[in-house]
Structures are given as C-alpha cells and as structure tokens.
Design a protein around this ligand. Structure first.
Ligand code: 13P
Ligand code: ZN
Length: 273
C-alpha cells in the first residue's frame, strides 16, 4: 500500500487542507506536526530512507528520543499539501539524544521541516509529559481575529482567556484551562520555543502576539476543533467591538462557574475576576 493511503497520512493531509479552507494559512503561514504511534511508524516504514543527514535542532527533548513526527515543510504552502503531500510534508526521526532530526520520507523536491520545528518539539515534549503521552498534535496557524485581538487587549493570559470564554458560551467547556499569551518574539528559534513550551505546561493553547496561535491535542479533530473554537470566539469578540459601542453586556464570572458546574468542568479559576 502506498504511504499516501495510510490512515494517519490521509488524516494529516485533510487537516492541512481544512486549515487552508479556513483562511488561516496565507502563503507558507502556519505549520503542523504529529507524533506518530509505533503502529503508524510500522505502517509507513517501507517508504523510509535513511541517507539524509542529522540536523541539530537547537533544543533537546530527551523524552522524544527516537520518535517519528509528520511535519509540514518550511516555506511550503498548506494549499499545496493535498495536491502533492510527498513534496510539501515529511516524516522526521529524532536521534537518541533528542537534539537532532533527520528526514526519512517526503520533501521530495528538497527542503526541511518547518522553521518552527524547535517550538513544535519543545511543545510535544512538555505535552507528552503533562498528558502521560496522550497529546500527539501541535498546530500553529495565523487566524486573523485572534491576531487582531493582540493589538487591542493587554497581552496577559487572563485578559485573553476572559475575552474568549465570554465571547461564546461553549468556550469554557472546550478550553476550561484557558489560554496563555507569548509576548512578541522573533519566530523560528529556541527562545520562542522555550517561552511557548513553558506556557504549554499549563495550557493547551498559546497566543503569539501579532503572529498567531499554537494548539495542542490528542488527535487531529480535537486540535483543529480547539483552533477553530478559539478563532470563532475571537471573531465574535472583534465583531462585537467593531459595532463601536463597546461591550454592553457579557457572560459574568458567576455564569461561567454555573456552566462549569453543570457540565462537570474544572475551570481555571485563577483567570476569573
Ligand atoms: P514555515 O514555513 O517555516 O513553517 O513558517 C511559517 C510560519 O508560520 C512561521 O511562524
Ligand atoms: Zn507563524
């Protein structure tokens, strides 16, 4: 069977295209990585080759040593993934120290994994530890409304979480832990990787000021759904403010707690008030 017919590759490609259709991936914007299971590696490994060089990542993730990741290519366009997956995505193996990778499949016309690979790897490392291995997907996108919010709200976890929770009633149920906010930083390096992964110890989503959003989850549906829910809430918030009257009424802290009680959700109460 062709690797392109393996279920995990098909699901990965579908998610790339879903993100493109949402308008979150202008040009080469955004990136997606997935930590493969042993069974998925087994299903794909007949297509692997091992002649490409090991490349240092600038970060170390000991708990990911020897693992395989599906990744979008740096500079590749999400809109092209569905047309030619083997040219635009790859599978990368981490070495025994967890500080370098080599591409074992894909990027057939050249290239390297996303420039945000260090951020993805640090987030995978933190989330693997925090969720006992459950989280496998890290997704970075450039959704317009959440980015717009970073120009008008204080860049704090509390301000963003409250604005998003109160913009759509389902939000506290979908991300009861809240969202973190990373101040503006140069993308693509070890510093932004460390800052983001620090927040990911607490949250499943981190806003990058004036840039985009990182989400983590156990599978493609949940992670895409988290990105979608946050961006939809951001759209409502931006639209409401754009009416020009300010926010006249909203969901109160007590009402957020009422939702949590009835849905059996543990809300991060540090972010209320
Ligand atoms: P890549 O093309 O290297 O994935 O970069 C896109 C991006 O969104 C950087 O933050
Ligand atoms: Zn980006």
């Amino acid at each position: 069977m062709s690797i392109l017919n393996v279920e995990v590759i098909k699901s990965y490609v579908r998610m790339c295209n879903d993100g493109w259709l949402q308008g979150w991936h202008e040009r080469n914007g955004g990136n997606l990585t997935y930590r493969m299971t042993k069974e998925e590696v087994e299903a794909c490994k007949d297509s692997f080759t091992y002649e490409r060089p090991w490349v240092p990542m600038g970060v170390t993730a000991e708990n990911l040593a020897g693992e395989f990741f599906i990744a979008t290519g740096s500079g590749k366009y999400f809109r092209n993934v569905i047309l030619a997956p083997e040219e635009n995505i790859c599978i990368a193996e981490l070495n025994a120290k967890g500080d370098a990778y080599r591409v074992v499949w894909g990027l057939t016309k050249g290239g390297r994994p996303t420039s945000e690979f260090p951020s993805h790897i640090m987030n995978h490392s933190v989330k693997k530890a925090a969720t006992d291995g459950a989280h496998r997907v890290i997704y970075h996108a450039h959704p317009g409304n959440i980015i717009a919010m970073t120009f008008v709200l204080p860049l704090t976890d509390k301000a963003f979480t409250k604005a998003l929770w109160t913009s759509a009633t389902e939000c506290p149920v979908v991300f009861p832990g809240g969202v973190g906010v990373v101040q503006w930083m140069v993308p693509g390096g070890a510093d932004i990787a460390m800052a983001t992964s620090e927040l990911m110890k607490k949250y499943d989503a981190a806003v990058w000021a004036h840039h985009g959003l990182f989400c983590s989850g156990p599978d493609f549906d949940t992670t895409f759904g988290l990105m979608h829910t946050i961006e939809k809430a951001a759209e409502i918030y931006v639209k409401a403010l754009s009416c020009g009257q300010g926010i006249r009424q909203t969901i109160s802290d007590q009402q957020l707690l009422d939702i949590a009680r009835d849905f059996g959700i543990k809300l991060n109460e540090e972010l209320l008030g």
